[in-house]
Design a protein. Structure first.
Length: 368
């Protein structure tokens, strides 16, 4: 497993801690005033209700139940009353929360692995450049980026090892590259900035050993699927090195930092449909009718589903599997599988639980 004091886990802790402590949603208080409410306590309560670790009748292990939370992310999102209307403010807030819920869940399962899920295109400069489109910054088109770091002790070991290794290569700060001022802790005092500079320096040398997996998160399938379908097509044309007709001029990346040079790349669509699926209907007959209508709208012959099939990295949602639509946890054993040593993500989570990682080094998840 990756060292808990590594560069990789430094990024994960920063991302997850921000979600747990700073993520808020719009609500209304008792006197009708709009207020900001911290979302994590609500999500945590709903998550524990779904996990129900005290249930001795189930044959599922704790690790299996954590993994299968991917089937219930819609319920967890809706527990904060996010995105329950089509009001533009609610839709925007729902999208913001959906990205952070997916980020939290995937990082929870990937803790102490080589893969970190970033909100946005990450702050690793070389990957940012690889995502540029025809020389223009296309970072705004990347909702989440799962980065699988190289299997190299400079990234996976204690970050002090990386610093000491570079100090041996540069025994003093005479003529020291600007990017490496961080290793002597003189001109840059803030640890986050020092680690970011260090990562960017190392990434220039190990770029071809990185994997990048774009996760396009949307809170509506029907309204949003066209753009990801087209972006997926463009990304993979560039990744596969396919020459397009003269004048099309489609290219991702610049110089040494291009998609074909990455060890692996994928583009996926991750959604949480906003249509009423009957879960909140009190009348059983109405609930059954709404559920039937909901799943019928995602049958194989529907255009949004056909478009989803063109996205090569797959299409996933925060619900149980339905026909060819997979729950989000399937991402962990397909596109993101290379990040952990075990053959299946459940085994990886099991090791984390047995090692008490979630209650010690990764207590920042505020989960167990």
């Amino acid at each position: 497993m990756v060292n808990s004091n590594s560069i990789i886990e430094f990024y994960r802790k920063s991302i997850v801690s921000g979600i747990v402590t700073d993520c808020v949603y719009n609500s209304t208080n008792d006197v009708g005033e709009k207020v900001k409410v911290q979302v994590w306590p609500t999500w945590k309560t709903k998550t524990h209700e779904l996990l129900n670790f005290n249930d001795s009748t189930t044959t599922q292990t704790k690790a299996e139940r954590v993994f299968l939370l991917g089937e219930h992310l819609r319920e967890i999102l809706y527990s904060s009353n996010a995105n329950t209307s089509r009001d533009q403010d609610d839709v925007s807030s729902g999208g913001y929360l959906w990205e952070r819920l997916v980020t939290y869940y995937l990082n929870l399962c990937l803790c102490n692995s080589r893969t970190v899920v970033f909100i946005g295109p990450s702050n690793i400069d070389s990957l940012h450049k690889a995502m540029s489109f025809n020389g223009m910054d296309s970072a705004s088109e990347v909702d989440l980026l799962a980065v699988t770091f190289p299997d190299n002790e400079l990234f996976t070991g204690d970050k002090s090892i990386a610093i000491e290794t570079l100090k041996q290569q540069h025994p003093n700060d005479d003529n020291l590259p600007e990017e490496l001022a961080c290793i002597y802790n003189r001109r840059i005092r803030k640890e986050e900035t020092r680690i970011e500079r260090l990562t960017n320096y190392l990434a220039t040398y190990y770029f071809k050993d990185f994997e990048a997996h774009v996760l396009q998160c949307k809170t509506n399938w029907n309204d949003s699927i066209q753009a990801p379908m087209l972006w997926s097509l463009i990304y993979y044309l560039s990744r596969d090195g396919i020459t397009l007709p003269t004048g099309s001029n489609i290219k991702f990346g610049s110089g040494l930092y291009t998609l074909p040079r990455l060890k692996n790349f994928s583009y996926s669509f991750v959604t949480v449909p906003t249509q009423n699926n009957g879960d909140y209907e009190e009348d059983p007959e109405k609930a059954a009718k709404k559920r039937e209508e909901f799943y019928k709208s995602f049958s194989e012959d529907r255009l949004p589903v056909k478009r989803g099939k063109l996205i090569r990295g797959g299409y996933y949602w925060g619900l149980p599997k339905y026909n060819t639509i997979n729950p989000i946890h399937e991402l962990l054993n397909t596109n993101l599988q290379s990040g952990f040593e075990e053959g299946h993500c459940v085994e990886h989570i099991q090791r984390l639980i047995e090692n008490n990682t979630y209650t010690t080094d990764a207590a920042y998840f505020d989960f167990f």
